[in-house]
Design a protein around this ligand. Structure first.
Ligand code: GCO
Ligand code: MN
Ligand code: MN
Length: 388
Protein backbone atom coordinates (compact mmCIF):
# COMPACT_ATOMS: atom_id res chain seq x y z
CA UNK A 1 0.00 0.00 0.00
CA UNK A 2 1.35 3.41 -0.94
CA UNK A 3 0.71 6.61 0.96
CA UNK A 4 -1.27 7.87 -2.04
CA UNK A 5 0.96 10.89 -2.46
CA UNK A 6 0.32 12.46 -5.87
CA UNK A 7 3.28 12.04 -8.23
CA UNK A 8 4.12 14.23 -11.25
CA UNK A 9 3.53 11.25 -13.58
CA UNK A 10 -0.14 11.37 -12.63
CA UNK A 11 -0.41 14.86 -14.14
CA UNK A 12 -3.01 16.00 -11.62
CA UNK A 13 -4.14 19.49 -12.56
CA UNK A 14 -6.74 21.97 -11.35
CA UNK A 15 -8.18 25.10 -12.92
CA UNK A 16 -7.68 28.48 -11.32
CA UNK A 17 -11.48 28.59 -11.35
CA UNK A 18 -11.78 25.37 -9.32
CA UNK A 19 -9.75 25.93 -6.15
CA UNK A 20 -10.32 29.65 -6.79
CA UNK A 21 -14.11 29.32 -6.62
CA UNK A 22 -15.43 31.74 -4.02
CA UNK A 23 -18.65 29.80 -3.60
CA UNK A 24 -21.07 32.09 -5.38
CA UNK A 25 -24.24 30.33 -6.54
CA UNK A 26 -27.58 31.44 -8.05
CA UNK A 27 -29.02 31.71 -4.53
CA UNK A 28 -26.18 33.20 -2.57
CA UNK A 29 -23.22 35.51 -2.36
CA UNK A 30 -19.57 34.41 -2.15
CA UNK A 31 -18.45 32.63 1.02
CA UNK A 32 -14.67 32.86 0.49
CA UNK A 33 -12.46 35.85 -0.25
CA UNK A 34 -10.87 35.77 -3.69
CA UNK A 35 -7.22 34.72 -4.02
CA UNK A 36 -4.88 35.95 -6.74
CA UNK A 37 -3.71 33.52 -9.46
CA UNK A 38 -0.24 33.44 -7.86
CA UNK A 39 -1.74 32.59 -4.46
CA UNK A 40 -3.74 29.78 -6.04
CA UNK A 41 -0.61 28.38 -7.67
CA UNK A 42 1.01 28.25 -4.21
CA UNK A 43 -2.06 26.56 -2.74
CA UNK A 44 -1.97 23.93 -5.49
CA UNK A 45 1.71 23.38 -4.98
CA UNK A 46 1.14 22.88 -1.24
CA UNK A 47 -1.37 20.09 -1.89
CA UNK A 48 0.89 18.38 -4.45
CA UNK A 49 -0.75 19.18 -7.80
CA UNK A 50 1.29 18.94 -11.00
CA UNK A 51 -0.26 21.81 -12.88
CA UNK A 52 -2.74 24.63 -13.17
CA UNK A 53 -5.03 25.58 -16.04
CA UNK A 54 -6.87 28.81 -16.69
CA UNK A 55 -9.48 30.70 -18.68
CA UNK A 56 -8.08 33.96 -20.06
CA UNK A 57 -10.13 35.94 -17.54
CA UNK A 58 -9.21 33.75 -14.53
CA UNK A 59 -5.75 35.19 -15.02
CA UNK A 60 -6.44 38.60 -16.48
CA UNK A 61 -9.75 40.39 -15.84
CA UNK A 62 -11.61 41.21 -19.05
CA UNK A 63 -11.22 44.97 -18.53
CA UNK A 64 -7.61 44.98 -17.27
CA UNK A 65 -5.34 47.74 -18.57
CA UNK A 66 -2.08 46.51 -20.22
CA UNK A 67 0.01 47.48 -17.19
CA UNK A 68 -2.26 45.56 -14.82
CA UNK A 69 -2.17 42.54 -17.14
CA UNK A 70 1.63 42.63 -17.22
CA UNK A 71 1.86 42.81 -13.42
CA UNK A 72 -0.48 39.83 -12.99
CA UNK A 73 1.44 37.78 -15.55
CA UNK A 74 4.74 38.57 -13.83
CA UNK A 75 3.36 37.55 -10.46
CA UNK A 76 1.87 34.34 -11.89
CA UNK A 77 5.09 33.46 -13.72
CA UNK A 78 7.07 33.94 -10.51
CA UNK A 79 4.75 31.58 -8.62
CA UNK A 80 5.06 28.98 -11.41
CA UNK A 81 8.86 29.25 -11.41
CA UNK A 82 9.05 28.98 -7.63
CA UNK A 83 6.72 25.99 -7.38
CA UNK A 84 7.53 24.20 -10.63
CA UNK A 85 3.84 23.95 -11.51
CA UNK A 86 3.08 23.55 -15.22
CA UNK A 87 0.30 25.03 -17.34
CA UNK A 88 -0.71 22.12 -19.59
CA UNK A 89 -4.07 23.55 -20.70
CA UNK A 90 -5.74 26.89 -21.30
CA UNK A 91 -9.18 27.96 -22.41
CA UNK A 92 -11.35 31.00 -23.14
CA UNK A 93 -14.16 32.39 -21.06
CA UNK A 94 -16.87 32.68 -23.72
CA UNK A 95 -19.76 32.59 -21.27
CA UNK A 96 -19.32 35.10 -18.41
CA UNK A 97 -19.62 38.47 -20.11
CA UNK A 98 -23.15 39.65 -21.05
CA UNK A 99 -22.08 39.91 -24.69
CA UNK A 100 -22.23 36.09 -24.77
CA UNK A 101 -25.83 35.88 -23.53
CA UNK A 102 -26.86 34.20 -26.82
CA UNK A 103 -23.66 32.23 -27.35
CA UNK A 104 -20.25 33.07 -28.78
CA UNK A 105 -19.40 31.19 -31.99
CA UNK A 106 -23.08 30.35 -32.54
CA UNK A 107 -24.59 33.73 -31.66
CA UNK A 108 -27.10 35.15 -34.12
CA UNK A 109 -25.14 38.41 -34.00
CA UNK A 110 -22.16 38.44 -36.38
CA UNK A 111 -20.37 41.03 -34.19
CA UNK A 112 -20.52 38.63 -31.24
CA UNK A 113 -19.18 35.80 -33.39
CA UNK A 114 -16.30 37.97 -34.59
CA UNK A 115 -15.54 39.20 -31.06
CA UNK A 116 -15.51 35.58 -29.83
CA UNK A 117 -12.86 34.75 -32.43
CA UNK A 118 -10.80 37.80 -31.47
CA UNK A 119 -11.04 36.94 -27.75
CA UNK A 120 -10.07 33.34 -28.42
CA UNK A 121 -7.04 34.26 -30.56
CA UNK A 122 -5.78 36.47 -27.72
CA UNK A 123 -6.48 33.74 -25.17
CA UNK A 124 -4.65 31.16 -27.29
CA UNK A 125 -1.61 33.48 -27.37
CA UNK A 126 -1.82 33.81 -23.59
CA UNK A 127 -2.09 30.06 -23.06
CA UNK A 128 0.86 29.36 -25.36
CA UNK A 129 2.90 32.04 -23.56
CA UNK A 130 2.59 29.94 -20.39
CA UNK A 131 3.33 26.62 -22.14
CA UNK A 132 -0.13 25.17 -22.76
CA UNK A 133 -0.25 22.38 -25.37
CA UNK A 134 -3.97 21.64 -25.04
CA UNK A 135 -6.64 24.23 -25.67
CA UNK A 136 -10.14 23.46 -24.39
CA UNK A 137 -13.38 24.67 -25.93
CA UNK A 138 -16.41 24.44 -23.69
CA UNK A 139 -19.37 26.07 -25.38
CA UNK A 140 -21.42 26.76 -22.28
CA UNK A 141 -23.54 29.45 -23.92
CA UNK A 142 -23.69 27.78 -27.33
CA UNK A 143 -27.30 26.75 -27.11
CA UNK A 144 -30.89 27.87 -26.71
CA UNK A 145 -33.81 28.21 -24.38
CA UNK A 146 -36.17 28.17 -27.35
CA UNK A 147 -35.52 26.65 -30.74
CA UNK A 148 -37.63 29.45 -32.21
CA UNK A 149 -34.53 31.62 -31.81
CA UNK A 150 -31.97 29.73 -33.84
CA UNK A 151 -31.75 27.16 -36.61
CA UNK A 152 -29.68 24.27 -35.17
CA UNK A 153 -28.08 23.63 -38.56
CA UNK A 154 -26.89 27.26 -38.67
CA UNK A 155 -25.43 26.77 -35.21
CA UNK A 156 -23.51 23.69 -36.31
CA UNK A 157 -22.17 25.53 -39.36
CA UNK A 158 -21.12 28.58 -37.34
CA UNK A 159 -19.39 26.38 -34.80
CA UNK A 160 -17.54 24.54 -37.58
CA UNK A 161 -16.52 27.82 -39.22
CA UNK A 162 -15.07 29.05 -35.90
CA UNK A 163 -13.14 25.82 -35.25
CA UNK A 164 -11.73 25.84 -38.78
CA UNK A 165 -10.72 29.49 -38.44
CA UNK A 166 -8.96 28.86 -35.12
CA UNK A 167 -7.18 25.72 -36.32
CA UNK A 168 -5.79 27.78 -39.21
CA UNK A 169 -4.77 30.49 -36.74
CA UNK A 170 -2.78 27.94 -34.70
CA UNK A 171 -1.14 26.55 -37.85
CA UNK A 172 -0.37 30.04 -39.11
CA UNK A 173 1.32 30.92 -35.82
CA UNK A 174 3.19 27.61 -35.75
CA UNK A 175 1.91 26.77 -32.26
CA UNK A 176 2.18 23.17 -31.01
CA UNK A 177 -1.39 23.23 -29.77
CA UNK A 178 -4.27 20.79 -30.00
CA UNK A 179 -7.93 21.51 -29.35
CA UNK A 180 -10.10 19.50 -26.96
CA UNK A 181 -13.87 20.00 -27.25
CA UNK A 182 -15.91 19.63 -24.08
CA UNK A 183 -19.57 18.65 -24.30
CA UNK A 184 -22.30 19.43 -21.77
CA UNK A 185 -26.04 18.83 -22.20
CA UNK A 186 -27.33 21.96 -20.43
CA UNK A 187 -26.48 24.66 -17.86
CA UNK A 188 -26.02 27.54 -18.29
CA UNK A 189 -28.17 27.29 -21.46
CA UNK A 190 -31.46 25.42 -21.46
CA UNK A 191 -29.93 23.10 -24.06
CA UNK A 192 -26.36 23.19 -25.34
CA UNK A 193 -25.39 22.11 -28.88
CA UNK A 194 -23.15 19.05 -29.28
CA UNK A 195 -24.48 17.87 -25.93
CA UNK A 196 -22.38 14.74 -25.37
CA UNK A 197 -18.88 13.48 -26.09
CA UNK A 198 -20.39 11.29 -28.81
CA UNK A 199 -21.90 14.36 -30.53
CA UNK A 200 -18.49 16.05 -30.38
CA UNK A 201 -16.73 13.05 -31.91
CA UNK A 202 -19.14 13.17 -34.85
CA UNK A 203 -18.72 16.94 -35.25
CA UNK A 204 -14.89 16.74 -35.21
CA UNK A 205 -14.84 14.51 -38.28
CA UNK A 206 -16.54 17.31 -40.27
CA UNK A 207 -13.73 19.83 -39.57
CA UNK A 208 -10.95 20.83 -41.96
CA UNK A 209 -8.22 19.61 -39.56
CA UNK A 210 -9.79 16.76 -37.56
CA UNK A 211 -6.30 15.55 -36.56
CA UNK A 212 -5.81 18.73 -34.48
CA UNK A 213 -9.05 18.29 -32.57
CA UNK A 214 -10.07 15.82 -29.85
CA UNK A 215 -12.34 15.83 -26.83
CA UNK A 216 -12.31 16.78 -23.17
CA UNK A 217 -15.02 14.62 -21.61
CA UNK A 218 -16.26 15.54 -18.12
CA UNK A 219 -17.72 13.07 -15.61
CA UNK A 220 -20.46 15.45 -14.43
CA UNK A 221 -21.60 16.39 -17.91
CA UNK A 222 -22.31 12.80 -18.96
CA UNK A 223 -23.75 11.86 -15.56
CA UNK A 224 -26.14 14.84 -15.77
CA UNK A 225 -27.55 13.20 -18.88
CA UNK A 226 -27.68 9.80 -17.16
CA UNK A 227 -24.96 8.36 -19.41
CA UNK A 228 -22.14 5.92 -18.68
CA UNK A 229 -19.04 8.14 -18.62
CA UNK A 230 -16.51 5.36 -19.07
CA UNK A 231 -18.23 4.25 -22.27
CA UNK A 232 -17.91 7.76 -23.73
CA UNK A 233 -14.28 7.99 -22.65
CA UNK A 234 -13.56 4.58 -24.16
CA UNK A 235 -15.09 5.65 -27.47
CA UNK A 236 -12.93 8.79 -27.49
CA UNK A 237 -9.84 6.81 -26.56
CA UNK A 238 -10.42 4.18 -29.23
CA UNK A 239 -10.79 6.94 -31.82
CA UNK A 240 -7.48 8.51 -30.70
CA UNK A 241 -9.36 11.57 -29.47
CA UNK A 242 -8.96 11.54 -25.68
CA UNK A 243 -6.79 14.68 -25.46
CA UNK A 244 -7.85 15.77 -21.96
CA UNK A 245 -10.28 14.77 -19.20
CA UNK A 246 -12.32 16.68 -16.60
CA UNK A 247 -12.74 14.68 -13.42
CA UNK A 248 -15.42 15.44 -10.82
CA UNK A 249 -18.69 13.86 -9.74
CA UNK A 250 -22.41 14.44 -10.10
CA UNK A 251 -25.78 12.97 -9.20
CA UNK A 252 -27.84 12.46 -12.40
CA UNK A 253 -30.88 14.67 -12.82
CA UNK A 254 -29.61 17.52 -10.66
CA UNK A 255 -28.09 20.94 -11.13
CA UNK A 256 -24.40 21.09 -12.12
CA UNK A 257 -22.76 19.98 -8.88
CA UNK A 258 -19.02 19.74 -9.65
CA UNK A 259 -18.48 17.42 -6.71
CA UNK A 260 -15.10 16.13 -5.51
CA UNK A 261 -13.90 13.26 -7.72
CA UNK A 262 -15.32 9.90 -6.62
CA UNK A 263 -17.51 11.41 -3.91
CA UNK A 264 -20.83 10.33 -5.42
CA UNK A 265 -20.46 7.24 -7.63
CA UNK A 266 -17.38 5.46 -6.38
CA UNK A 267 -18.00 2.42 -8.57
CA UNK A 268 -18.22 4.52 -11.75
CA UNK A 269 -15.05 6.34 -10.65
CA UNK A 270 -13.34 2.98 -10.11
CA UNK A 271 -14.13 1.70 -13.60
CA UNK A 272 -13.01 5.02 -15.06
CA UNK A 273 -9.66 4.99 -13.24
CA UNK A 274 -9.18 1.33 -14.11
CA UNK A 275 -9.78 2.15 -17.77
CA UNK A 276 -7.47 5.18 -17.86
CA UNK A 277 -4.68 3.30 -16.10
CA UNK A 278 -5.00 0.18 -18.23
CA UNK A 279 -4.86 2.05 -21.52
CA UNK A 280 -1.98 4.14 -20.10
CA UNK A 281 -3.72 7.46 -20.70
CA UNK A 282 -0.91 9.99 -20.55
CA UNK A 283 -2.72 13.34 -20.67
CA UNK A 284 -3.60 15.61 -17.77
CA UNK A 285 -5.94 14.27 -15.11
CA UNK A 286 -7.72 17.53 -14.57
CA UNK A 287 -10.10 18.06 -11.67
CA UNK A 288 -12.88 20.39 -12.77
CA UNK A 289 -14.70 20.48 -9.46
CA UNK A 290 -15.44 22.84 -6.58
CA UNK A 291 -15.17 22.56 -2.81
CA UNK A 292 -18.50 22.67 -1.00
CA UNK A 293 -19.79 26.14 -0.26
CA UNK A 294 -19.47 25.27 3.44
CA UNK A 295 -15.65 25.39 3.30
CA UNK A 296 -12.92 27.89 4.05
CA UNK A 297 -9.54 27.57 2.26
CA UNK A 298 -8.48 24.71 4.54
CA UNK A 299 -11.57 22.94 3.26
CA UNK A 300 -10.56 23.80 -0.31
CA UNK A 301 -7.24 22.06 0.33
CA UNK A 302 -9.08 19.04 1.80
CA UNK A 303 -11.18 19.01 -1.36
CA UNK A 304 -8.17 19.16 -3.72
CA UNK A 305 -6.20 16.56 -1.77
CA UNK A 306 -9.32 14.37 -1.70
CA UNK A 307 -9.69 14.40 -5.50
CA UNK A 308 -6.11 13.23 -6.01
CA UNK A 309 -6.08 10.78 -3.10
CA UNK A 310 -9.27 9.06 -4.26
CA UNK A 311 -7.78 8.69 -7.75
CA UNK A 312 -4.60 7.14 -6.30
CA UNK A 313 -6.59 4.77 -4.08
CA UNK A 314 -8.76 3.67 -7.00
CA UNK A 315 -5.64 3.10 -9.07
CA UNK A 316 -4.40 0.76 -6.35
CA UNK A 317 -7.80 -0.96 -6.20
CA UNK A 318 -7.69 -1.49 -9.98
CA UNK A 319 -4.31 -3.21 -9.62
CA UNK A 320 -5.77 -5.34 -6.83
CA UNK A 321 -8.74 -6.29 -9.04
CA UNK A 322 -6.33 -7.37 -11.76
CA UNK A 323 -4.47 -9.74 -9.43
CA UNK A 324 -7.41 -11.08 -7.41
CA UNK A 325 -7.46 -14.83 -8.07
CA UNK A 326 -11.22 -15.36 -8.00
CA UNK A 327 -11.91 -12.27 -10.09
CA UNK A 328 -9.34 -13.30 -12.64
CA UNK A 329 -10.75 -16.84 -12.90
CA UNK A 330 -14.12 -15.36 -13.89
CA UNK A 331 -12.45 -12.90 -16.25
CA UNK A 332 -10.56 -15.78 -17.90
CA UNK A 333 -13.87 -17.60 -18.44
CA UNK A 334 -15.46 -14.47 -19.91
CA UNK A 335 -12.55 -13.92 -22.24
CA UNK A 336 -12.21 -17.59 -23.28
CA UNK A 337 -11.90 -17.92 -27.03
CA UNK A 338 -13.93 -20.30 -29.19
CA UNK A 339 -11.65 -21.27 -32.09
CA UNK A 340 -14.52 -23.20 -33.75
CA UNK A 341 -16.14 -19.86 -34.53
CA UNK A 342 -13.06 -18.22 -36.04
CA UNK A 343 -14.08 -19.31 -39.50
CA UNK A 344 -17.27 -17.25 -39.25
CA UNK A 345 -16.14 -14.09 -37.53
CA UNK A 346 -14.00 -11.16 -38.62
CA UNK A 347 -13.95 -9.68 -42.11
CA UNK A 348 -16.73 -10.62 -44.53
CA UNK A 349 -16.30 -12.96 -47.47
CA UNK A 350 -18.98 -14.58 -49.61
CA UNK A 351 -17.60 -18.06 -48.71
CA UNK A 352 -17.73 -17.24 -45.03
CA UNK A 353 -21.31 -16.04 -45.34
CA UNK A 354 -22.30 -19.27 -47.14
CA UNK A 355 -20.62 -21.47 -44.56
CA UNK A 356 -22.21 -19.48 -41.73
CA UNK A 357 -25.67 -19.97 -43.19
CA UNK A 358 -25.34 -23.75 -42.83
CA UNK A 359 -24.07 -23.77 -39.22
CA UNK A 360 -26.53 -25.01 -36.57
CA UNK A 361 -26.66 -23.03 -33.32
CA UNK A 362 -28.15 -24.65 -30.20
CA UNK A 363 -29.83 -21.47 -28.96
CA UNK A 364 -31.30 -23.06 -25.86
CA UNK A 365 -28.04 -24.59 -24.70
CA UNK A 366 -26.09 -21.40 -25.32
CA UNK A 367 -28.66 -19.26 -23.52
CA UNK A 368 -28.76 -21.60 -20.48
CA UNK A 369 -25.16 -20.85 -19.44
CA UNK A 370 -24.96 -18.57 -16.38
CA UNK A 371 -22.39 -15.83 -16.83
CA UNK A 372 -21.34 -15.20 -13.17
CA UNK A 373 -21.59 -11.42 -13.55
CA UNK A 374 -23.38 -11.18 -10.18
CA UNK A 375 -20.42 -12.82 -8.48
CA UNK A 376 -17.96 -10.68 -10.44
CA UNK A 377 -19.71 -7.46 -9.52
CA UNK A 378 -19.98 -8.46 -5.85
CA UNK A 379 -16.25 -9.22 -5.80
CA UNK A 380 -15.65 -5.79 -7.36
CA UNK A 381 -17.74 -4.15 -4.65
CA UNK A 382 -15.78 -6.09 -2.00
CA UNK A 383 -12.47 -4.90 -3.46
CA UNK A 384 -13.83 -1.36 -3.23
CA UNK A 385 -15.09 -1.88 0.31
CA UNK A 386 -11.65 -3.09 1.33
CA UNK A 387 -12.57 -6.59 2.48
CA UNK A 388 -10.56 -8.38 -0.22
C1 GCO B 1 -18.64 23.83 -16.58
C2 GCO B 1 -17.45 23.41 -17.42
C3 GCO B 1 -16.29 24.35 -17.33
C4 GCO B 1 -15.23 24.08 -18.38
C5 GCO B 1 -14.21 25.17 -18.40
C6 GCO B 1 -13.05 24.87 -19.28
O1 GCO B 1 -19.49 22.98 -16.35
O2 GCO B 1 -18.73 24.99 -16.19
O3 GCO B 1 -17.08 22.13 -17.02
O4 GCO B 1 -15.74 24.29 -16.04
O5 GCO B 1 -14.61 22.87 -18.17
O6 GCO B 1 -14.84 26.32 -18.83
O7 GCO B 1 -13.34 25.13 -20.56
MN1 MN C 1 -18.62 21.16 -15.78
MN1 MN D 1 -15.29 21.06 -17.43
Amino acid sequence: MSDYTPTPEMKFTFGLWTVGSIGRDPFGAPVRDPKSPAELVRLLSEVGAYGVNFHDNDLIPIDAAPAEADAIKKDFRKALDETGLKVPMATTNLFGDPIFKDGAFTSNDAKVRAYALQKTMNAIDLGVEFGASIYVFWGGREGTETDAAKNPVDAIKRNREAMNFLCEYVLDKGYALKFALEAKPNEPRGDIYNSTTGHMLGFIETLDHPDMVGVNPEVAHEHMAGLNFTHGVAQAWEAGKLFHIDLNDQYPGRYDQDLRFGSRDIKAAFFLVKFLEEVKYSGSRHFDAHAYRTEDYDGVKDFARGCMRTYMILKEKAAKWNTDKEIQEIVAEIEAQDPAMDKYLGAYSAEKADALRTQDFDREAIAKIGLKYERLDQLTVEVLLGVR
